[in-house]
Design a protein. Structure first.
Lengths: 194, 194
DNA sequence: TTCATTCTGTACCAATCAGTACAAAATTTG
DNA sequence: CAAATTTTGTACTGATTGGTACAGAATGAA
């Protein structure tokens, strides 16, 4: 296998690009800005990303979601009380000091931007969010089975409720409510589950 | 007052522009497309909108919200049971046949796009959404006072919950859940209020 | 050390972006 | 009618967009 060695790792540059897309969105993230963040030139980029900016965006979303989902699954699996873990997971959203404060949810943002523009990408994003919902459903079902939570509602309904809570809070928090109100709102919604 | 008469009504062209911004977002809505929808040329546009595209965007949001809020206030005032009216208002979101299906909430979309980009516009949008929340709070407080709903939670908390429900559903619906599940999710959240 | 292969950086591209300049058109006033 | 005023349509601007072409750099194999 001859040839000049490549100077970058694909997963690494996708991760860098994802940060730019997360903050700016698809349209507003310029190719120049993305390449600068990735630390590679146009020659290399268009050789390895034949689909250009769109391919990079989709891979950014895929990788980002994949990391989030697997980290979440892992921490839930290791947790003594998965439902309590889920609560802290949501309550982190009310931390105004968080670095990602104004950025919201990368997937939610992408869904907003792509829903009316690109059906293929919309479906892709929807699938990723449904995976997140599935994690919620599983935790709820298990918690129900173990009598950790008491409810007469189905795990599916409650799971979709948590996904919707996630989607909602990631919008609402950007109105810059004070942290306490946001936390109270989240707690109220979590108490609805069990 | 002499001079060539203008061929357009300001409120009317803003309304047309709002439709384009609502569907495409700020960045993706091109000046050409906006002007075409508004039915006026560049000469007229830049004469009356000195602030260009950004001014048009802000006025679109203001006008859109103003219309929504006053219509909502009016229908609530005329309603026999304001809380029941609010329920139908939310349940309309689950109608997949709705024309505005994929567009979500204009203000929510704008908040997503502007939150990390333009603090002035973000604040403006936040204020509009807080006005919507205020309407929810008022209806809830009145309904509590009249014993239409029973709850030990404050109207403020429940109002913020409804705003967050609004924000959330407008994202979640774009995952293309089936109408029945979406309606069940909304009903579940409304039942939490009273 | 030469060759084939692979990757990189730069120069370049047409298309599109929001916005400006300005002459002509359409009106009221005198 | 002519003059003053206001709006309109078009031609044009420089900047930026995502993307391409390609020469040359860096490697392994022969």
């Amino acid at each position: 296998m001859a040839g000049r060695p490549k100077i970058f790792d694909e997963q690494e540059v996708i991760s860098k690009a994802a940060q730019v897309f997360w903050e700016k969105g698809y349209e507003a993230a310029s190719a120049e800005e993305l390449l600068k963040a990735m630390g590679i030139g146009k020659g290399s980029f268009y050789l390895f990303f034949k689909g250009g900016k769109k391919e990079l965006y989709e891979k950014s979303l895929q990788q980002f979601a994949s990391n989030l989902l697997s980290r979440l699954r892992k921490e839930i699996a290791e947790s003594q009380n998965p439902f309590e873990y889920l609560k802290t997971f949501f309550l982190e959203l009310s931390d105004g000091a968080n670095v990602h404060k104004a950025k919201g949810c990368f997937m939610g943002n992408a869904l907003v931007e792509m829903a009316a523009k690109d059906e293929y990408t919309r479906k892709m994003i929807a699938k990723l969010l449904f995976e997140l919902e599935e994690i919620f459903v599983d935790v709820i079902q298990t918690s129900k089975d173990k009598n950790v939570i008491k409810t007469d509602k189905s795990a599916e309904l409650l799971g979709s409720h948590l996904l919707n809570l996630w989607n909602g809070i990631n919008i609402t928090k950007r109105m810059n409510m004070n942290d306490a109100s946001l936390a109270a709102l989240i707690k109220f919604n979590l108490d609805m589950v069990g």
